[in-house]
Every structure is written in structure tokens, then in C-alpha cells.
Design a protein around this ligand. Structure first.
Ligand code: CTP
Length: 406
């Protein structure tokens, strides 16, 4: 092996086994798409995508057996997925032709030759195959040339119309690899957006692409580029501000220190800032009500919250405001105004602070007033309003007061 030696260890071992099994079963697998592109660029590749003109099911089953793994089959796409512990996922497909019955819908597939399979793909750099036996390249769309020129180029002029998710993919890949979108391809991309191509794909598919953009290291640049090409406006149906980049950068920085935060909620909120969007703009995102609410808070409520905090006379008031917002919003608040950090840290301490007092120690009738009184007492002890040994009598007094109001 020469070039294939550049793969990381577990990929290399997997390829060795594929070659052995293929020789035994007399079939001819080609490595295709992303892994070939990344290998030729000297980048790490993670998945192994194989295509065969014949024998994909034989190879998939024999490989799963050899690796002591399992095989799943997806007959509508003529593909198999082999998984085994300590090996990367291996996708095995029958070479196929595709026909788009309607723009934006999933294509009808039929078995085809290797060349058909390469020419149905999104970009020339993703349309290169490597014969695993001798490492020769099959490159009918001149992808190797575009790799050298660092260009993203579609293979035919209806590519973005047939499959509008490729609009996202072009921008994502260009940013990830540091490539440019070839001039004619960029013109086709713009035309596709203007002609409403994005409306032909389901919202769910488009959101999936948007989430993939948010997972990339260069998410702020990719999201800004999607905005530049008016892709976000088409997806959300509202006008997005032109100056979103600094807000997105702030989020990227925050996520490096707080990887526990919900990146999708944060980025979505930042994209919709000042757009007047409502939850209906989130259709297809799959966000729960809680996450949708958090995204909307980030989009619309930050200035209002900052104003209310500036006017809050005490810790108690501030804590009530903090309690009313999502953790993502709190993090953003700190990132935006570092001076707020001290208060928020105190609030986090307050959140963890426990009062050694139980409702049944108050000797009042049970009901919601008891929980309210205990919470009020927890605030009072934490803030020093009362001494800890006054907690029980204070709580009892509050409970009676609240009970009178019920
Ligand atoms: N493909 C395509 N059109 C799409 C999606 C995928 O033509 N809308 C083709 C491309 O040739 C791509 C291959 O299917 O290389 C596999 O798709 P995927 O795994 O999504 O992409 P990769 O190129 O492997 O990229 P990544 O590194 O992001 O996984």
C-alpha cells in the first residue's frame, strides 16, 4: 500500500481486511467520495465508503463475519452498513444511477456502472474513486484537477435544483477545506436560491444541513456565508441581519469553555437575533418546546434582560431574573458583559445552596404555600437577610402569610 498508508491506523486495518475479503470473494471494491478526497488532500478521513458494481451484499456479509460485527441493509438505497468494535463504520453500496423525479425529492435509484455512480454526485472533488487492489484512480469529472485548484464545482447545471441540500454542502465543504466555490457553480447556487429551490426540500432536511453547519469548527464563517447567499432567509422565511458574525463568534468562544451548552439553540438564537422571528420559524428543527423557547429568548430577550438586571435592586431580584432564563441565555449574558459574571457565579452557588429545613417542620397545613415559603427562606438565608437559626420561624411566618393569600 502506498497512499492508503496515510490513513489513520484503524482505517488502514479495516482497508486491509476489506482487500483480503474482496480477494476471497472475487469482488472489486472502490473507495469513493469523502475518504478519497481527504486522502488526496492529506487530511484525516473517518468513514470508509465503498462502491462495487457487483457483489456488494456478498462483501458486506463476509466482512461483517470476518470482523465479528454486524451488517444492516438499506435496500431502497442499495447500501449496507458494516459496524464492528474498534473499526470505523464501513458503508458498502452498489454503484447506482439516480433520477430525480421532482426537484428537491429523494432520487429514484437503479444499479449502474462505477462511472454513473461518480457522475451522479454533488461535486467533482467528491466524484473520485480509488480501486483498492492497485490504488488507481477513476476520475471522470476531473476532481483531482479541482483538488489542486482548490475549487468546489458541480457536475451539471441542475445539481442544486435536483438536490438543494447541496447548497449547504457546497458552502460547508468550501469553508472546511479552505476552497473557493468555482465562479459558474456560485452563479448556479445563487440562481437556485433565487428560483426558490430550497422550498422544494422538506424543512427537516434543510434543518439537518443547518445543524451540520453548526457542528463544524468554522461554524460562524459557514453560517455567515449561508446568510450571504440568502439561504437562511429562504429557510426561515424572515430577513436575517447582515451583521451576525460577531455574535456567532462569541458563541463559538463560549462553546469552547462550556461544551455542555446546547450549540444548536445558541447558534439558532444568534441567527434570528433582531429578525422578529417566532417559534413558527423553527418548524422542522425538531426542537422541543423548551429548546425553542431558549432559542427565542436568545433571539429577542437579551437587551430586555440586561436592562432589567441593571435596574434590579438586590440579589434576590437578580436571581429571579436569572431563574427565568435558559442556561444558554445566562452563558451568553456573561460572555456579552463579563461584569455580569460575578453575579451569575453567585447565582450558581445559590442554585446549589440547600436549606436544612423540611416543610413538615413548619407546623402549618400542607399546600403550595409551604414550597413558596421554603424557597423564600432559602433566598433569605443565602443573602444574609436572616441568620440560619432564624430559618424555621421565618419560614413559618411566610407560610402563614402566603396561606392567607391563597
Ligand atoms: N453526495 C451527493 N449529494 C448529496 C450528498 C452526498 O452527491 N446531497 C455524495 C458525495 O459524493 C459524498 C458522498 O455522497 O462524497 C457521501 O456523502 P457524505 O458522507 O454526506 O459526505 P462526505 O463527502 O463523505 O463528507 P463528510 O466528510 O462531511 O462526511
Amino acid at each position: 500500500m502506498t497512499r492508503l498508508n496515510e490513513f489513520p491506523n484503524s482505517q488502514r486495518r479495516a482497508i486491509e481486511v476489506v482487500k483480503e475479503v474482496a480477494a476471497e470473494k472475487e469482488c472489486r471494491p472502490f473507495l469513493v467520495g469523502g475518504p478519497v478526497r481527504d486522502l488526496l488532500l492529506g487530511r484525516n478521513a473517518f468513514d470508509i465508503d465503498l462502491t462495487l458494481e457487483e457483489g456488494s451484499s456478498t462483501l458486506a456479509r463476509a466482512l461483517a463475519k470476518r470482523l465479528d460485527g454486524r451488517v444492516r441493509s438499506f435496500p431502497q438505497f442499495l447500501t449496507y452498513k458494516v459496524t464492528a468494535s474498534e473499526f470505523p463504520e464501513i458503508d458498502i453500496a452498489t454503484a447506482r444511477k439516480e433520477r430525480y423525479r421532482a426537484p428537491g425529492s429523494l432520487p429514484a435509484v437503479a444499479p449502474g456502472r462505477l462511472k454513473d455512480d461518480l457522475m451522479r454526485r454533488d461535486f467533482s472533488i467528491n466524484a473520485i474513486a480509488m480501486d483498492l487492489q492497485d490504488e488507481s484512480l477513476h476520475d471522470p469529472a476531473d476532481g483531482a484537477r479541482d483538488l489542486k485548484k482548490r475549487l468546489i464545482r458541480v457536475l451539471h447545471e441542475k445539481s442544486f435544483i435536483d438536490d438543494p441540500t447541496r447548497i449547504f454542502r457546497a458552502i460547508r465543504l468550501a469553508s472546511r477545506l479552505g476552497f473557493s466555490i468555482q465562479q459558474e457553480t456560485a452563479a448556479l447556487l445563487r440562481q437556485a436560491v433565487t428560483s426558490g429551490a430550497l422550498l422544494t426540500a422538506s424543512k427537516e432536511r434543510l434543518w439537518r444541513e443547518l445543524f451540520l453547519a453548526m457542528e463544524e469548527e468554522e461554524a460562524p464563517a459557514i453560517l455567515s456565508a449561508l446568510n450571504h447567499y440568502h439561504v437562511l432567509e429562504a429557510l426561515f422565511g424572515v430577513k436575517i441581519g447582515r451583521r451576525i458574525t460577531s455574535g456567532l463568534e462569541l458563541i463559538r468562544t463560549e462553546l469552547t469553555v462550556r461544551p455542555d451548552l446546547d450549540r444548536y439553540v445558541l447558534y439558532t438564537g444568534a441567527l434570528l437575533r433582531g429578525s422578529g422571528a417566532s417559534v413558527s420559524q423553527l418548524e422542522g428543527s425538531g426542537f422541543s418546546q423548551k429548546r425553542a423557547r431558549a432559542a427565542m429568548q436568545i433571539a429577542h430577550d437579551l437587551p430586555r434582560l440586561q436592562k432589567a438586571l441593571a435596574a434590579a435592586p438586590s440579589d434576590r431580584q437578580r436571581f429571579r431574573l436569572y431563574k427565568s432564563v435558559a442556561p444558554e441565555m445566562l452563558a451568553l449574558l456573561m460572555a456579552d458583559k463579563p461584569a455580569e459574571g460575578e453575579h451569575v457565579i453567585r447565582f450558581e452557588e445559590f442554585r446549589k445552596f440547600k436549606l436544612a429545613l423540611r416543610g413538615n417542620e413548619l407546623e402549618v397545613p400542607a399546600g403550595p404555600h409551604v414550597a413558596r415559603a421554603l424557597e423564600r427562606t432559602r433566598e433569605a438565608v443565602f443573602s444574609g437577610e436572616i441568620a440560619p437559626d432564624q430559618a424555621r420561624s421565618f419560614a413559618r411566618e411566610m407560610a402563614i402569610k402566603y396561606l392567607g393569600r391563597e
